[in-house]
Design a protein around this ligand. Structure first.
Ligand SMILES: [Zn+2]
Length: 260
């Protein structure tokens, strides 16, 4: 068990005084509790025992308050801009592209450098987490350290400071990642929150309405996703869209595999 006197795992300079750090940003977990009264979700432990939970998974004493605040700035900036895709009033901020196998949209007002920091911070936090729910997810230590460094070097105290300093952001870990979501958000979501490393270099984060494929060996991303690989700073963020029916079937398949 970690103690408040242990060092923050991100800056490694200050005591990890922060209690109740969210391992996965609240934004992703919200949909899990939709339509349940009283609000609850089902958490499945490693031995298959399910229990009701009232809130998304939290962990004590992994970060200092300053680092926690810095990560929440990435989160606030990105989640707003991702979520507005569902709002017709903002349709001009997104451009849709159609390909044979899939579709995607580009976000006009989402800076891809901040988006990358946001994705790295989620992947890093899950990888360092000691919580039972994330035991199947682990990056190789060398890759985990690359993420820690890039996050630490770009973390800021305010959103303005973050934007002002983006010019210094040039180093990207040699990874690749793609994010997909259903073309229309489903409610109830018919999906879940689960993360797993399929092998040393392929990692999957299933975050209710979004699915992230993360490859610590950049060549290992499924080739269909190369066009929406966001591990770059040269273009706009691209989010893959899949048909809602396919999305439901895919989720059911995942849940079936978990229970069998
Ligand atoms: Zn810190």
């Amino acid at each position: 068990m970690r103690k408040p006197t242990d060092m923050c795992l991100l800056c490694q300079k200050k005591p990890s005084d922060k209690k109740n750090s969210q391992v996965i940003p609240k934004f992703f977990g919200k949909g899990l509790f939709d339509g349940t009264k009283p609000r609850h979700g089902i958490q499945i432990s490693r031995n298959g025992v399910s229990s009701k939970v009232q809130d998304i998974i939290k962990e004590n004493y992994i970060l200092c308050s300053e680092c926690e605040k810095g990560l929440s700035i990435f989160e606030t900036y990105c989640t707003f801009r991702l979520e507005r895709f569902n709002n017709i009033l903002y349709h001009k901020q997104y451009k849709r592209f159609k390909r044979v196998e899939f579709q995607y949209f580009e976000c006009n007002n989402l800076d891809i450098r901040i988006f990358n920091l946001f994705i790295y911070s989620i992947v890093w936090r899950i990888s360092i987490s000691e919580h039972n729910a994330f035991q199947k997810f682990q990056l190789p230590i060398v890759e985990e350290e690359k993420l820690r460094k890039v996050i630490k070097d770009n973390i800021s105290k305010t959103q303005n400071e973050l934007i002002d300093n983006l010019g210094n952001f040039s180093f990207l870990p040699d990874h690749s990642h793609a994010m997909i979501r259903p073309s229309k958000k489903l409610r109830p979501p018919n999906s879940m929150l689960s993360t797993a490393s399929l092998d040393e270099s392929i990692h999957q984060l299933h975050l209710v309405d979004y699915l992230i494929f993360y490859a610590t060996d950049k060549e290992k991303l499924i080739s269909n996703f190369n066009e929406i690989n966001n591990n770059t700073i040269d273009r706009k963020v691209r989010i893959g869209l899949i048909d809602s029916k396919l999305w439901s079937e895919f989720n059911l398949g995942l849940m079936y595999n978990l229970w069998k």
